[in-house]
Ligand binder design. Structure first.
Ligand SMILES: [Zn+2]
Ligand SMILES: [Zn+2]
Length: 351
């Protein structure tokens, strides 16, 4: 079983997943394109994955057979294991926790070459519904404190298979980065009785140089202090603390705006690798000794999606300092991404 270890100085956890190191191709240079015939995520290759957890289907079918539209399976090489108790231990400064959690793969289409940027809206809604269904189910396991849904697109963003897919990792603790964000939101609320994200959205809309576009329910903002060129956040326009609360109209609007921004990445930036992360509330089941911990989360937190193309490499300076050097101003990035094509983008922002 893997193990979580806490950095004794910086207070963040690391997963030591020794089992994953036994993957035959680990640490090798990234492989080239998988062909559909050898791809474990393609329709008719269901036997190549662990037994499915759930699937969205339009036809009657047996589990692990073709006929599905979205399919969820356990990760074959999980970073965390679902069985077992969360045991905390430690001597002095060195704290450990058993690697209990969940690691699942959402296969977003039976088709190898499908792209979320060009999928029909209803299919993207099915994918969003699948994210929500898995989050709700995993939250019912009180050992799991935080669930993160993410998508790595392209080898440089960490995807080892090119077939469209996302992943879910459920953790036995709230990660430091997430808890820093939650704490900042709670502190703002305690001072002002307002949601910091609602405040930010309002301020950005008043001076729309970083607004990429919006629809009835969502807005895409070029991040003010973007770490990466063309990094954007997608926010629901009206206050909502948890992704699972979306209604159908919101899901359709999210599907539209997600496809729209990914199309811009494709058409204007040439389809770079990217990472997409859904940031929503942690498991709000009260923790022993902290009955009041999430008391104001409904009012102070605002779920969102982070999207970052991988156009620059994170290297020594970034790793050593936590500082990022972003060679594209977020205002210029927004001006680019507002256009439909690379030519229009060039013309719009000049040289
Ligand atoms: Zn495939
Ligand atoms: Zn809000």
């Amino acid at each position: 079983m893997s193990e979580l270890r806490k950095d004794p100085i910086l207070d963040h956890w690391v997963i030591i997943a020794a089992e994953r190191g036994q993957r035959p191709n680990d640490f090798a240079i990234e492989k080239e394109e998988q062909t559909p015939s050898g791809c474990p995520f393609c329709s008719s290759n269901e036997y190549m994955t662990p037994p499915e957890i759930m699937a969205v289907c339009s036809v009657d079918r047996k589990p692990d057979t073709p006929g599905w539209e979205v399919r969820v399976v356990p990760n074959k090489f999980p970073a965390l294991a679902i069985e077992g108790k969360v045991r905390r231990s430690g001597i002095g400064l060195l704290n450990r926790m058993t690697g209990v959690g969940a690691h699942e793969v959402i296969i977003e289409s039976p088709e190898h070459c499908a792209d979320i940027a060009t999928m029909p809206r209803e299919h993207v809604v099915n994918i969003i519904d699948t994210f929500i269904e898995r989050i709700v189910d995993l939250r019912s396991d009180h050992r799991l404190r935080h669930i993160v849904v993410f998508r790595n697109y392209g080898a440089a963003a960490g995807a080892s298979l090119s077939h469209p897919h996302s992943q879910i990792i459920a953790l036995p603790t709230v990660p430091k980065l997430v808890s820093d964000k939650l704490t900042a939101a709670r502190n703002h609320y305690l001072h002002k009785e307002r949601c910091i994200f609602c405040d930010l959205i309002e301020q950005e809309m008043a001076l729309p140089e970083r607004v990429v576009f919006q629809n009835d329910h969502f807005i895409v903002l070029s991040v003010f202090a973007a770490r990466f060129p063309f990094e954007v956040n997608i926010f629901p326009l009206s206050h909502q603390h948890d992704i699972v609360l979306m209604n159908h109209a919101q899901k359709e609007a999210l599907a539209d705006i997600l496809s729209q921004i990914l199309l811009r990445y494709r058409d204007i930036l040439g389809g770079p690798p990217y990472n997409l992360i859904i940031q929503t509330t942690p498991n709000t089941t009260p923790r022993p000794g902290h009955p009041e911990y999430w008391r104001t989360i409904e009012y102070d937190y605002h779920w969102h999606i982070e999207l970052m193309p991988r156009l620059t490499k994170t290297a020594g300076f970034e790793w050593g300092t936590g500082f990022y050097i972003n060679p594209v101003s977020p205002e210029r990035a927004a001006a680019f991404l507002r256009q439909d094509t690379a030519e229009e983008a060039e013309a719009a922002v000049g040289s």
